[in-house]
Design a protein around this ligand. Structure first.
Ligand code: ZN
Length: 477
């Protein structure tokens, strides 16, 4: 861990809980514990979900850049209203159905170069923890059993209910109940934490101390986050669409059960629009990552496009934008290659200053609530200015290495450049000659082999015979 990076006291995040930018300080020095609501594995995730996971990835990478150890938990919702409905519609056992989409989820995050979380707990593997939490809520009087035998959380008993979404609970609404996992702010009411089995659940149920049934969606995240991160942890993230009711309910359940503050910093990312409109299957602007890759788009360009806008701003995903992202990445890759190959005179103080100010600008912007658009602007100013120096032959070998190192450092956060190699292709003619030479060597016709070697050399292709076989390189002409 580089000491230089330990400037963690400069990080500020916009906390949804206070609606203010706050200085970030984790509970435990040097360690960050963060929970990120994961996918509901009933279908392929769409690019709106991926925007959220990309924002969380950049957040995690930034904390690591600043020298923190990050423990990240991302749950997999493999039992809820949607997974049950989808598996029953398909006539497939729920486990078989969800496993297919768990696999697809991991393929997607892998393709987008999203770092893996520390834990990926599945809801179905944490039923005892959920039951224990519901029992605690019953004992403390925050939850009660309805006539349908399900257990509900009484929002009127928890005085802070509404503190995240900033809503006042209408007195008249208290006592009204909602059994579905998803509902609107206006429908704030007692919500289900344990759903008693009914016929719509088919064979999806657990026989437990609190009855035959299954957990509500919200209790799943409370139980799994506290299991892996403790009763109070640092950061909880998610899409703005999960702010209410999901996150509001997580706070209510967890704080009612423990009597402690649940989470210190709540970070929410804004929606993704597609070609200016809200994404919807009926508008035919609904895309999964696989849809885009099947159209021939590169996953790195997709990653770049979706993370290049500040997370608290809506992003308008367009195909023009995707083309532009591809060109931008080509520019970055080329820049890195040029730096690696630099062999001119020294750029002197001017170059040193450019390197310093690029790093400072990038870091200050990222510390400021992950202001990635400003960070990227600093990066591209740097690319432009150094390209000018490269054009003038004013970057020497060692400076080229320094530029390269800075770019690698930035890319640890951006994750879009990766390893760069100049793609060198041999001409068909040279390939044929190498092949002919191999044939000649096989029959110990050394004379022909040597002649061909000379012929290749004249074309600028240098051949070496090594123990591992033939190596070739292009010699500068
Ligand atoms: Zn959640």
């Amino acid at each position: 861990m580089g000491k230089k990076n330990m400037q963690s006291e400069n990080i500020r995040f916009f906390n949804t809980l206070t609606r203010e930018k706050e200085k970030f300080a984790p509970i435990e020095k040097g360690n960050v514990r963060m929970y990120t609501c994961g996918p509901t594995v009933y279908d392929y995730i769409h690019i709106g979900n991926l925007r959220c996971f990309l924002f969380e990835d950049v957040l995690k990478r930034w904390l690591e850049y600043r020298g923190f150890q990050v423990t990240q938990v991302m749950n997999l919702t493999d039992v809820d209203d949607r997974t049950i409905k989808a598996s029953r519609t398909q006539g497939v056992p729920i486990k078989q159905h969800t496993e297919r989409f768990v696999k697809a989820f991991f393929e997607d995050i892998d393709a987008l170069n999203i770092e893996t979380a520390t834990y990926y707990p599945k809801a179905t593997e944490h039923i005892p923890e959920m039951v224990a939490l519901v029992k605690k809520l019953l004992e403390k009087g925050y939850a009660y059993r309805g006539e349908d035998n399900s257990v509900y959380f009484a929002i009127s008993k928890f005085k802070d209910y509404g503190k995240l979404a900033k809503i006042q609970v209408n007195e008249l609404k208290a006592g009204a109940r909602v059994k579905v996992d998803e509902y609107a702010k206006e429908e704030a009411s007692d919500f289900v934490v344990w759903k008693a089995w009914d016929t719509d659940d088919g064979d999806v149920f657990w026989e437990t101390e609190i009855g035959k049934g299954r957990p509500g969606w919200h209790i799943e995240c409370s139980a799994m986050s506290m299991k892996y991160l403790g009763e109070t942890f640092d950061i909880h993230c998610g899409g703005v669409d999960n702010l209410f009711p999901h996150h509001e309910n997580e706070i209510a359940q967890s704080e009612a059960a423990t009597g402690k503050k649940f989470v210190n910093y709540w970070l929410h990312n804004e929606h993704l629009l597609v070609e200016g409109k809200k994404m919807a299957k009926r508008l035919q602007n609904y895309y999964t990552l696989k849809d885009l890759m099947a159209k021939g788009y590169d996953s790195k360009a997709i990653r770049y496009l979706m993370m290049s806008v500040h997370y608290r701003q809506q992003i308008n995903f367009t195909f023009d934008g995707l083309e532009a992202a591809k060109k931008t990445l080509e520019r970055l890759t080329n820049f890195v290659l040029r730096s690696l190959e630099a062999d001119g005179k020294s750029g002197g103080d001017r170059l040193t200053q450019l390197i310093e100010s690029a790093q400072r600008g990038f870091e200050e912007a990222m510390d400021d609530d992950l202001n990635i658009s400003v960070a990227l602007a600093h990066l591209f100013d740097f690319v432009r200015d150094v390209n000018n120096l490269l054009n003038e032959g004013m970057v020497n070998k060692q400076e080229g290495q320094e530029i390269y190192k800075l770019m690698v450092k930035f890319d640890k956060v951006l994750g879009v450049i990766g390893e760069v190699k100049r793609e060198i292709k041999l001409s068909k003619e040279a390939e044929d000659l190498i092949h002919m030479r191999e044939e000649a060597r096989k029959v110990r016709d050394w004379k022909s082999a040597d002649q061909i070697r000379e012929q290749l050399k004249a074309m600028g292709v240098v051949i070496e015979d090594t123990a591992e076989g033939i190596r070739w390189r292009i010699e500068k002409q």
